[in-house]
Design a protein around this ligand. Structure first.
Ligand SMILES: N[C@@H](CCC(=O)N[C@@H](CS)C(=O)NCC(=O)O)C(=O)O
Length: 198
């Protein structure tokens, strides 16, 4: 989504994680997606870094915040979201994949993070204030995963502000655009170039 709003034109190679192409492993042995390769060959393999790079090129929606304390808040929210929340989310989604022996209630732990987001979103329409910023876009895909793991359970939570915020992102034209399906890339395919609109 950050690439799309930045309107940077790029070649998009859709990867099947069950069948990673050699070209991906060559540029990024870590082999997670997304990976962005710059024209000079620099490889960016963290989605947050890709967001920052794209918005550093062009940030028409002003997603990058300038204020120091809002930047610090962005980082701390993303750290909890990508750290403890994702930890519990993964274990909630795939209980059989993780045998941690701790018998934790991963859903309850995840919900405690949602409560914090709900508190913020009751104060203002987006996580940092009245306007959307990078942190909203960085966090909402994970909340979406939580919601989709148990849609009725999510709808039953007393969190109208969070539900409104999530459905706002999910029904946005921007989200719809970036969720378009592309054929799996093969080395002999013609390159698919995409360019978003702010
Ligand atoms: N911290 C990385 C995480 C990337 C990540 O784990 N991506 C998943 C897909 S969403 C992946 O590629 N997993 C590798 C695999 O399933 O083999 C980032 O934000 O880019």
């Amino acid at each position: 989504m950050a690439l799309a709003v930045s309107t940077v034109r790029y070649a998009l190679r859709e990867v099947a994680l069950k069948d990673k192409p050699t070209a991906l492993l060559e540029v990024s042995p870590k082999a997670t997606v997304p990976v962005l390769v710059l024209p000079e060959g620099q490889v960016i393999d963290q989605s947050l870094d890709i967001m920052r790079w794209a918005l550093g090129q062009h940030d028409p929606r002003h997603w990058l915040v300038k204020d120091e304390s809002l930047r610090a808040m962005t980082m701390s929210l993303i750290e909890v979201n990508d750290g403890p929340f994702k930890y519990h989310l993964d274990r909630m989604k795939y209980p059989n994949r993780y045998v941690d022996g701790q018998n934790q209630d991963h859903r309850a732990e995840a919900v405690s993070w949602l409560v914090q987001l709900e508190d913020r979103l009751r104060e203002h329409a987006f996580l940092l204030g009245a306007v959307e910023t990078l942190v909203d876009v960085a966090v909402f895909p994970f909340i979406r995963q939580f919601a989709h793991a148990d849609p009725l359970g999510f709808a039953a939570l007393p969190m109208p502000a969070l539900q409104r915020w999530l459905s706002g992102w999910e029904s946005s034209i921007l989200f719809e655009t970036v969720m378009a399906k592309y054929p799996i890339w093969r080395p002999d395919n013609e390159e698919i170039h995409v360019q978003g609109a702010a």
